[in-house]
Structures are given as C-alpha cells and as structure tokens.
Design a protein around this ligand. Structure first.
Ligand code: SAM
Length: 285
C-alpha cells in the first residue's frame, strides 16, 4: 500500500479499525517514511530470499519487504492487527501472517516449512520489552539464517555492537559475538515513532557466523560469561568465584592456567579468554 508510513494514512487506518496502542506489547509504530525502505534494503531481502519479520504492526516494514523478497512470513502476537494487515498487505501474494508469540514459536520448523531451499534473513522493528530474549533465541536456536537486521533501543544497539574487551562490552556483547558479527547500521530518532518512546533507536545487523569463533563447551562458556558480568565492577577472580559458587583458590588456579590476570575485569576479556577459562574449568572437573 502506498504511503503507509504517512502519519495521516496510519491515523485513518487505526481509527477506522478502532485500534488503541498496547504499551505492554511494545507498540511504537514507525511513521518516518525513510526508515523502512532503508532497513529492508540493508536486510538482504531480494528475489529468492525468504524473510521472517517479527511484529509487523500495521505492516509498514512488511510492505517494503514484500516488494523486495521472494516471500515474507511475519509473526504478530496481537490478533487485533490481523484485519489491519489483511487490508494493508492486500496487494501482495508473497506474504503470510502467523498469529503467535515469537518466543514460543519453533522457528526452525517454520523455516523448513515456509522457506524450503531458500536463503533466509530476519528483519524486524523489535518490541523493546523482549529485545534481548528475542535476539538470543534467534541465535541460540541456530536458525539457518544469513543475517538478522533489527531495530532496538540505541543503548542496546551500542552494547551489542561494542568491541568485545572494551569498556562498553557486556554479557550480551560476548554472547552475540559467539554467534554473529554485529554491525551498527544507522540511528533512528524517537520522533520517528507513534507514540514516541522516551529514547532513540538504532538499526543493527547481526551477520550470522557459520561456526562460533572459539572452540569450547558451550554451556560452560555461557555460565562463565554470565558469572563474570554478574558483578562487573569486581575483579574476575571474585566475580567468577561468587557467580560459579566455586572456592576462590580453585578459580585462581583456573585463571592462572588460562593465562588471565587475577585482577582483570570482565569487560577487558576477549572471546578467547572466556573460552580458555571454560576449557580450563572443564579440565578441572
Ligand atoms: N513493525 C511495526 C513498525 O515498525 O511500525 C511495529 C513494530 S512495534 C515496535 C512491535 C510489534 O511487535 C507490535 O506490532 C507488537 O504487537 C508485536 N509484538 C509484541 N510482542 C510480540 C511477540 N511476543 N511476538 C510477536 N509479536 C510481538
């Protein structure tokens, strides 16, 4: 539908359908006409490519994706939006709406059923209340997707795209970098949404890696990362001892064996350091 990102058009559609925004579902709809075409372009959507969208809202990004992609499957939890999407996407025959909670959906099964033999990408303006769980689910489920292009709050984007081992690095930075190479694409002001949120946003792309960059016991690796950042101001020997519930002298031995200074802080460690700690812990067991 033409001019779907025009605020007048959006207001008219929403009023006609008696739609009221749900804060609990993170409903801030895009009203800046330049954002969706750019996001769709950057996502890798193209002929022959399948796209999974999460939370299409009234379909403003979906419209752009349908124009570029071979097929789009959009997962929307709010069933009040289904009649709206029927109307706004009426002209496309390459789109399917799935009325479900993305966190409960088997996305590997969805991809196998909906996109056989197609390259697949994810593109979404994510509901902010579940940004991290959705991103981690998309990565942990090991979906056969090439890239995940998402709009998230600016601070979350900066944290995810920080260099591992730098001051801005956190558990989410390390976890995402285990599965993908994150890239900051562009910023989006709070005024680009209706209703306007309190903070700005940014679009990032996670270029999914064929293999993790380090070899390690995955469960132990993530336990170490979580423990290390649970008290990020503490030195690593203390945060690991507390977070992993292991005696300090055992942790000191592990860190020495892994070549990590006992007074380092979690934010200074690289992916290889967390893997070395996990591998030494495994040898101890
Ligand atoms: N894509 C639209 C846009 O850019 O204008 C809407 C984005 S809005 C930030 C987030 C959307 O995600 C809403 O449509 C909301 O109803 C939907 N949503 C919220 N929680 C969801 C969930 N658990 N599973 C699927 N969709 C969800």
């Amino acid at each position: 539908m033409n001019r779907l990102s025009d605020i007048g058009t959006i207001r008219e559609i929403l009023t006609r359908h008696g739609f009221t925004f749900s804060k609990a579902l993170g409903q801030n709809f895009l009203i800046n006409p330049s954002v969706c075409p750019r996001m769709a372009q950057e996502s890798g959507a193209g002929s022959g490519v399948g796209v999974i969208e999460i939370g299409p809202g009234i379909g403003v990004l979906t419209n752009e994706l349908c124009q570029l992609a071979g097929k789009v499957v959009a997962v929307e939890l709010d069933k009040r939006l289904l009649p709206v999407l029927d109307e706004t996407l009426a002209e496309y025959d390459n789109v399917k709406i799935v009325n479900d909670d993305v966190l409960r959906l088997d996305l590997n099964q969805l991809i196998a059923e909906e996109f056989p033999d197609m390259e697949v990408v994810v593109c979404a303006n994510l509901p902010y209340y579940i940004t991290s769980p959705v991103i981690m689910k998309l990565l942990e489920d090991r979906l056969p997707v090439k890239a995940i292009t998402v709009m998230v709050q600016k601070e979350a984007a900066q944290r995810i795209c920080a260099e591992v081992g730098s001051r801005m690095s956190g558990a989410v930075t390390v976890s995402v970098n285990y599965y993908a190479k994150p890239e900051m694409l562009f910023g989006v002001s709070a005024g680009s949404f209706m209703p306007a949120p309190k903070v700005d946003s940014a679009v990032i792309r996670l270029n999914v890696l064929p293999e993790p960059p380090v070899q390690t016991d995955e469960a132990l690796f993530f336990e170490v990362v979580k423990a290390a950042f649970s008290q990020r101001r503490k030195v690593i020997a203390n945060s690991l001892s507390a977070g992993l519930h292991r005696p300090k002298d055992e942790i000191t031995g592990v860190l020495t064996k892994a070549g990590i200074p006992l007074n380092a802080r979690a934010e200074a460690l690289k992916l290889e350091d967390f893997a070395a700690i996990a591998n030494c812990l495994e040898e101890e067991a």
